[in-house]
Design a protein around this ligand. Structure first.
Ligand code: SF4
Length: 582
């Protein structure tokens, strides 16, 4: 049954107690991104450091989760160890549906457990289990144990961290149900600093679908659209790795720490290659008929006489770019093996791969050596990168612990800022041009998903600063609605405002259906205000020289255009946040 308020479980780990708190705001904050910002403004401490035990870690879902397909994401919000400011990270898997079936719109965790612990939560349930024995375990081992400790299937979700989160790495992720991740901005460390190894969400309550023909007819219509478009077929078939070949072709795929944007060696790591050689099966987030998750395998010889075990590794475009082309590794199984090492320690693969690419170039240039990296690094040496991934994820020495705080932090100590591929955080796999570089470097989560700058670059060779910045701002606002609904962004071409309003109407959210446009402006502003309140100095963001030196399909990067875009985009964001422009 729908309700016009939010039902939130607040867990205090210090006191080992939880309570249910209700919040107004359905028609203004919606859920997901909007609800997370509302809750951070209630429980967060803008002036205190990210690892203050009182800082909240927030998980929020949307009003249509459980009612319509692909409303499958959970928004995790926290103060990031990467920049000590408010941020979000999003993941699929089962957590959104588990929260829905636990009759919760959000889970807020504050305080710090006295000793490493796991919690389980349900609709009226909270248990804190002391699990010191699990601290230091890799994600493969802890996953097996956690599934035994918290049995269940479809309505149970397990969120866990690895050693990277335990040591406070700003590149640590929160693993969601093994194959999905709250990847970027160090969510793993936000849990780790609370001594929180894992969260089991038990969807232990009833959830009734709306009665009546209007809803069921609309559901069938939406389901049909989700499964019949060419775009969705692409996501199910090759998945996002289909983009490797196409981005390489248009000189927009970063290779070897962005020393090139295209390479003939692409043949080893195309979407087709991964599907032909490594694909075991597809998976799907709960409530999704598309099933874009591609799961491949790596083999490991554990005894002589041909005794092997294998592990399953989910792959996508971004991890293949980061553990593959960015490192000059062009064998699909080798790429999966590097990803597997990163997965085991709970590293965000995108950030870790880009950081190790910088380390490889710094080694080539003689800035660092194996005194720092323990194993000598060079592009294409997959075995070395496997080891380095493990060192990075466990903080094996001072160098790896510093690198885990961000490539630019390591570069400030050792040198090599010029070729650090950092756009607010380690770059995503789009060397598409000036608009994307400005977009990721300044945007809310420093994510390629904040707005479609990479897509804009691919369609617009002309240089029109106002037009490009208008696009970034408007597209961000449109995506804010999607992430407040917690829709998978792959559905953004289908869930337009009219259809969203119809869906909301059909389950009873009449006011919200009429208020989507106003809500989108409000949430966009709320998120930016929250980030600025935590100290975001947008004018201090600089772009390393590497980004000015590459060639894309449009030709060499134009530094004047990039500079103008960055300046104007910063002004517009500053205005939205209600700050004075400098
Ligand atoms: S399309 Fe993929 S990422 Fe999106 S909800 Fe479905 S399985 Fe999850």
């Amino acid at each position: 049954m729908i309700r016009d308020h939010f039902r939130v479980m607040v867990v205090n780990l210090t006191e080992e107690k939880g309570k249910i708190v209700t919040f107004d705001g359905r028609d203004t904050e919606i859920g997901g991104s909007g609800l997370a910002a509302l809750l951070f403004n209630t429980y967060g401490k803008a002036d205190n450091p990210w690892d203050d035990p009182e800082q909240p870690v927030i998980f929020a879902i949307g009003p249509l989760t459980g009612y319509f397909p692909l409303m499958s994401k959970t928004v995790c919000a926290f103060k990031s160890p990467y920049h000590n400011q408010y941020t979000e990270s999003h993941a699929g898997g089962r957590s959104a549906y588990a929260l829905r079936f636990a009759d919760l719109d959000a889970l807020v965790i504050i305080g710090k457990a006295s000793t490493p612990s796991c919690i389980s939560v349900g609709s009226q349930h909270l248990e804190v289990k002391k699990t010191d024995f699990m601290w230091g375990m890799n994600l493969t081992e802890s996953g097996k144990l956690l599934r035994t400790m918290f049995p269940g299937t479809g309505h149970r979700s397990i969120l866990r961290i690895g050693t990277a989160g335990e040591i406070g790495s700003a590149m640590s992720c929160i693993n969601a149900d093994t194959y999905r991740h709250f990847g970027r901005m160090g969510g793993g460390a936000a849990m780790g600093c609370k001594n929180l190894k894992a969260i089991a969400i038990l969807g232990d309550a009833e959830f009734a679908a709306p009665q009546g023909k209007e809803y069921s007819t609309l559901f069938k219509n939406v389901h049909q659209q989700m499964t019949s478009t060419d775009m969705m077929k692409k996501y199910h078939n090759l998945g996002t790795p289909a983009n490797l070949g196409s981005l390489n072709k248009i000189k927009s795929l970063p290779w070897r720490n962005l020393q090139a944007t295209s390479d003939q060696a692409i043949e080893g790591v195309t979407g087709e290659k991964f599907a032909d050689e490594t694909l075991l099966r597809n998976g799907a987030c709960s409530g999704c008929p598309v099933g874009c998750i591609h799961i491949g395998f790596v083999r490991e010889k554990f005894m002589k006489d041909n005794r092997y075990l294998y592990r399953q590794v989910a792959y996508d475009y971004e991890p293949i770019f980061a553990a593959g082309t960015m490192l000059g590794v062009t064998n699909s199984f080798e790429v999966l093996s590097i990803m597997d090492e990163m997965e085991k320690t709970g590293l965000d693969i995108m950030s870790a791969g880009v950081a190790l690419a910088w380390a490889a170039e710094a080694t080539e240039k003689g800035i660092i050596s194996d005194k720092q990296t323990i194993v000598p690094l060079s592009f294409g040496d997959a075995k070395a990168f496997e080891k380095a991934a493990s060192y990075l994820g466990t903080g094996a020495n001072d160098f790896y612990r510093l690198l885990g705080q961000g490539t630019l932090k390591a570069a400030a100590e050792y040198g090599g800022e010029d070729f650090a591929c950092v756009l607010g955080q380690e770059m995503a796999g789009y060397a598409t041009g000036e608009v994307y570089f400005a977009a990721q470097s300044l945007s809310f989560r420093h994510s390629h998903l904040d707005c479609g700058g990479y897509a804009y670059d691919q369609k617009h060779a002309e240089q029109d600063v106002e037009k490009a910045v208008d696009f970034l701002i408007d597209d961000e606002r449109a995506r804010t609605i999607m992430t407040s609904m917690v829709s998978c962004l792959f559905a953004r071409g289908i869930y337009k405002d009219d259809l969203l309003a119809e869906c909301l109407q059909s389950v009873g959210y009449t006011n919200l259906a009429a208020n989507l446009d106003t809500a989108s402006y409000h949430i966009q502003q709320l998120r930016w205000k929250t980030r600025f309140a935590c100290g975001y100095d947008i004018n201090s963001v600089t772009l390393p020289k590497r980004f000015y030196k590459i060639k894309t399909w449009k030709g060499p990067i134009d530094p004047d255009y990039l500079h103008a875009l960055k300046k104007r985009y910063a002004e517009r964001i500053t205005q939205i946040a209600g700050q004075k422009c400098r």
